[in-house]
Ligand binder design. Structure first.
Ligand code: ZN
Length: 336
């Protein structure tokens, strides 16, 4: 059908057919995923979304080229349709890439993202496990105090700046259906730039923490946090949300890179369960309540520490391997 459409539509014909085919394939895949989720009665909040409509003036370009659509020659990227791109390489490709995505970010920079088979860089075994709970005050509370990550509040310093750019955009906002003025686009770009800076800082903090956690633990049980649950509400909440998202992504990526076992734990009831006796409280703790008191076994623990421990238990791990201690297996081996 694409061939037919290209024959009839001049502007479609102008572009290369390779990324167009890929766009159709991506669309088909996301549709299939959305329909599968509906058929399997996946809760709405966890469903894969249908692709959104984008208009030419709002959407940023992103093009995917599969194997026959691109070629690397002398460090330059040759794309289908006779486009040659001089690439500034951030690192060497570890293997022959199977595809490349060329895209523009919100501040107008272009990137090429190559898909290569992942190579695991194993780290020495540690005999230690860690449970991680995400939160607002502390981005990560863990079963071992040394790995707790306080919220870095990267968004705070730039909040004034962002507010200024927001007002600038509001003043210069184009009438409905009209294209934005040069001033409007400029304000939009400044705002995107400020956002990007905060995102990079979050990424950096997340990566440093993830590196430490992954280096010192074999198995990490972590709350499978979905930002959209907390996203509505205050700026502070939104900032915490973004920090958690970036940190979780960094942890999963770092775990994959070094062959560690990262177990995602469903977040339901994690603040209600007791990590020591497995009893469930009758009511959810109010957010202000920082201490968890178990009515069944009488254990009193800081709320987030209890949740972090619940992650371990839910992932089927022995909490004895946390708190800096070693699991019984490791002790036996040492004794032998
Ligand atoms: Zn208990």
């Amino acid at each position: 059908m694409l061939t037919e459409a290209r024959a009839r539509t001049p502007w479609l014909r102008e572009g290369s057919s390779v990324p167009q085919q890929q766009v159709i394939r991506d669309f088909g895949r996301s549709r299939a995923k959305a329909q599968k989720d509906i058929a399997e009665r996946v809760p709405v909040a966890r469903r894969a979304g249908m692709p959104k409509w984008k208009t030419k003036h709002e959407a940023l370009p992103t093009l995917n080229y599969t194997r026959c659509g691109f070629r690397l020659k002398g460090g330059r990227l040759h794309l289908a349709g006779g486009i040659v791109v001089t690439v500034v390489w951030s690192r060497e490709l570890s293997a022959e890439p199977s595809s490349v995505r060329v895209y523009q970010d919100s501040i107008g920079h272009w990137y090429c993202s190559f898909v290569v088979p992942a190579h695991i860089q194993p780290l020495p075994e540690t005999g230690r496990v860690l449970g991680v709970d995400w939160g607002v005050k502390e981005t990560a509370t863990t079963t071992s105090d040394a790995y707790d990550l306080p919220h870095a509040e990267h968004g705070r310093k730039s909040r004034a700046k962002l507010g200024r750019y927001d007002r600038m955009m509001a003043r210069r906002k184009p009438k409905k259906g009209r294209l934005g003025s040069k001033g409007y686009r400029e304000a939009k770009k400044l705002r995107a730039k400020a956002h990007k800076k905060v995102a990079r800082q979050r990424e950096d903090t997340g990566r440093k923490w993830a590196k430490k956690v992954v280096r010192d633990h074999d198995v990490i049980a972590v709350e499978d946090f979905r930002p959209r649950f907390l996203a509505k509400s205050t700026m502070a909440r939104k900032a915490a949300d973004a920090a958690i998202g970036a940190t979780k992504a960094a942890l999963i990526e770092m775990g994959r890179k070094h062959g560690r076992d990262i177990r995602l734990v469903h977040p339901a009831h994690t603040t209600m369960d007791c990590a020591h006796c497995d009893a469930r409280a009758k009511h959810a703790l109010p957010l202000g309540e920082r201490t968890y008191t178990c009515t069944t076994c009488g254990t009193v623990t800081p709320r987030d520490k209890n949740s972090a421990r619940v992650m371990l238990v839910r992932a089927g791990l022995n909490p004895a391997g946390a708190d800096g201690g070693r699991p019984p297996g490791a002790l036996l081996q040492e004794a032998a």
